[in-house]
Write a protein that binds this ligand. Sequence first.
Ligand code: HDE
Length: 727
Amino acid sequence: MSLTTPVPGAPSPQSPHAAQPVDPTGPLPPANDQRGPDPHTATGAPLPVPGTAFAQQGARLTSPGGVPLRDTDHSLKAGRRGPVLLADQHLREKINHFDHERIPERVVHARGAAAHGTFVANGAAAGICRAAFLQPGVETPVFVRFSTVLGSRGSADTVRDTRGFAVKFYTSEGVHDLVGNNIPVFFIQDGIKFPDIIHAGKPHPSREIPQAQSAHDTFWDFVSLHTEAQAHTIWNMSDRGIPRSLRMMEGFGVHAFRLIDADGDTCLVKFHWKPKAGVHGLVWEEAQLLCGLDPDFHRRDLADAIEAGNFPQWDLGVQVMPETDDELFEGIDLLDPTKFVPEELCPVQVIGTMTLTANPVNYFAETEQVAFQVGNLVPGIDVTNDPLLQVRLFSYLDTQMTRLGGPNFTQLPINRSHAPVNDLLRDGMHQGAVHGGVAPYHPNSLDGGCPFVVTEGAFIEAPRIPEANARVRQLPASFEDHFSQAGLFFRSLSAVERDHVVAAYTFELSKCYELVIRQRQLDQLAAIDADLAAGVAAGLGLPVPDGGPVSSDQRSPALSMVGGSWPVTGRTVGVVIGAERVPGVGDLLDGLRGAGLLPLVIGPAGSSVEGELPQRSYGTAVAVELDALVIAASTPPEPGATPTLDARAAPSGEVDVDARVVELLRQAWRHAKPIAAMGEGKDVLERVGIDGAGVVSGQPAALVDDLTDLLAAHRVWQRFEPAGADA
Ligand code: HDE
């Protein structure tokens, strides 16, 4: 007689007297896998697959135990006016479950938005990496989560911060995670300092302010005392710290990884995600206004774009560097995560393309419960000895224990491998699998020897022997230069971008209460670039520190976000109409849509276009949610109407234009957005005094062409002159 009741569908265990099997003789039995209770109940009845309709079967309300319920609106009482009874199981279950609905938010990267998609390899990496998902034409499902770092789960999207860019590849060889950021360098060189930088960046422990901001004393105290953080911080102070859209960010693996080919040969690479829509930032005032007007701006933008079929795309690229004993490339230590490799020194080679095609169905089940791990690596990709990366290998697995309540989080539908799993891990909190078999150990003879260790195609650590060294708490001397790449970054930007960096430091440091912190950070800026230090010192009204000789001719043009031309698909164009029907507006809207743009019609109360109400009224429209603005009608003043944002805007009488439209125009102008007029709209621009670079007028077809050209450059950069004269 068998010791266990066989699970339906599982093979019966072999004789306990059989020798330990040496070969798998057929497909591995499902008895030990993690597929959980989905195939059947204890009596063999089929169950729906968890994660699809689990706990939402049928149309009738039931208890969690499946008992039909007739009332969920009234608790059980002793009489209509009597006390509520403890005997009410449904009440207790309902409240009890609710009480435990929240799980701890991520200690960093708590605020995130995610999407599903696919990655298709072009095969360019096949010669240097044996990973199956990088072979030509292989299509792999992915789940991508973007995040801010410092803010809590309910904080605003458009704060100045680094953005997380974490990709989970569900490959045929198991889950591979590339857990990167939108900035290619990091604050610290050694993972042991992660709690320090995060404690400094998070709100002050006393008042728990400010939320999701680096503009405060503790952050700048740490950064100014800890010079290796300067390289990352200057990227945060640039327009990269306030992306226009999650769809318009680059992503970086940051660390060097080791790729292993079919022969076991290795090379070192840095991973890059290049957005097809270009890399664009907000301007600071837009970002701040959006924090209040639409704190979900990035999340909404991503979900709307996917829903509209404007699927965001990124090319995945690698910078390939030879494996050398010193792990240096052109003098840059590849183990130092505060350094990037300029693309001019080592080009980014595209190895595949990712397309995001579907929004999550349930935020909690997918975006919140997804658990990335730097150690999720497939055969062919391995880590280096980067001391930041090594610590991350520990942290990601560890943190999920608290956040997701135990060691079985890999069974959650969003984390599950799409490749078969047979891991010999058992029991634990929230175990969802009904494991069969009697021998969850290796080797065994009782479960037919399953699971067998794999000889072909298994994960193998790269055969690199670490230097034999004494135990030290030190870093290599090649990690010591903390300033030259920050200077290279600053000097590679266009003039307008450099102005923005100066303004960002000025804003942030002006929020520090302690003068000594402002001064100390100014000293660090002087070590990066003299013009930078002078600009910030002027803004703060402090003396310019003497930083010594720091100028250099080195530039990396790839670091600037200005000067390129990009697809405009999915950009939003506000179209202001009047109370009366205006001929040509229908053609304009059709033309904009035909060019892949998203028109957002803005009208006074009671107006319509072809029977449809405008999506915004003059009173609710704000220019910060638009990429360009078209005035398609005259907009006479309406007595008493004041703009949403600035009640002090020009009194309507002065310019004979509705005050709310005046404010829309001024804001669009200030943020260097293309502005167009058709028909009577031209008079509106004249009256408000809007003219110059990036202002166009004409018939609908020509306007669409002009707007497309202007938007391809993202903004009308010349508007920022004279400060941005050589932009
Ligand atoms: Fe993370 N990081 N990190 N980090 N990180 C987490 O893991 C950590 C670092 C990054 O959307 C946590 O599951 C340490 C670099 C992203 O779920 C935690 C160190 C880079 C996300 C953690 C670093 C990142 C995280 C919090 C220094 C860019 C969000 C929740 C040794 C290459 C992933 C979690 C998501 C999340 C630790 C440094 C990116 C605590 C200890 C460098 C995108 O484990």
